[in-house]
Design a protein. Structure first.
Length: 192
């Protein structure tokens, strides 16, 4: 886990799989290309079949972030969300690190970041393109920037696989929350 939290820059790359009915991401060090971790959606066979016929919003989500050795680091979950999504992020010990609550807005998408007791940790806001997101603390200080990267016109048109660049602006204590927020942004705004 230490290798994941010690960085200020990350690449979160969604994997393309023609036969996969669940989401998978790699967390990569942009300086040397080393894998720092992975995030995989855990689904049952019934859930995978339902996903082929139903919109993802109608189904619950459970993702697990693992370090390169396969040890769990975070658990990210969301119940079925017909309106606004609320993701719960738990550490490996099961303790709630944060809640990521979607704000609904056509021109200014956003996510409220709260601790396990409902106290605000900050907000994540994006522009109407849904490409660049800024995570700021309660005082308006930047915590992280999450940028949706273009991978070329064919990849954009033929897949829903996305790549994000995550830059941490404060100490690395918010790295895990920022990485979890990146995957939540993908689920909320970029999965069609």
């Amino acid at each position: 886990m230490a290798a994941i939290t010690m960085k200020n820059k990350y690449i979160v790359k969604e994997l393309v799989g023609a036969t996969k009915l669940c989401e998978s991401y790699l967390i990569i060090d942009p300086q040397n290309g080393a894998m720092l971790g992975s995030i995989d959606e855990e689904t049952s066979t019934l859930h995978s079949i339902a996903r082929a016929f139903l919109d993802k919003a109608f189904l619950s989500v459970k993702l697990v972030m693992r370090d390169p050795q396969g040890e769990p680091v975070l658990d990210i979950s969301r119940p079925p969300a017909l309106g606004k999504s609320v993701f719960t992020v738990r550490g490996a010990d099961g303790k709630v690190l944060c809640l990521l609550k979607q704000h609904f807005s056509l021109l200014r998408p956003g996510i409220a970041v709260e601790d396990g007791n409902g106290q605000s940790l900050g907000t994540i806001s994006g522009g109407w393109h849904f490409r660049n997101f800024q995570f700021k603390d309660n005082n308006g200080n930047p915590v992280a920037t999450i940028r949706h990267k273009s991978e070329g016109i064919l990849r954009e048109l033929l897949t829903t696989a996305d790549t994000y660049e995550v830059e941490i602006h404060t100490d690395t204590s918010m790295s895990l929350i920022s990485l979890a927020a990146t995957v939540c942004i993908d689920f909320i705004f970029h999965e069609d």
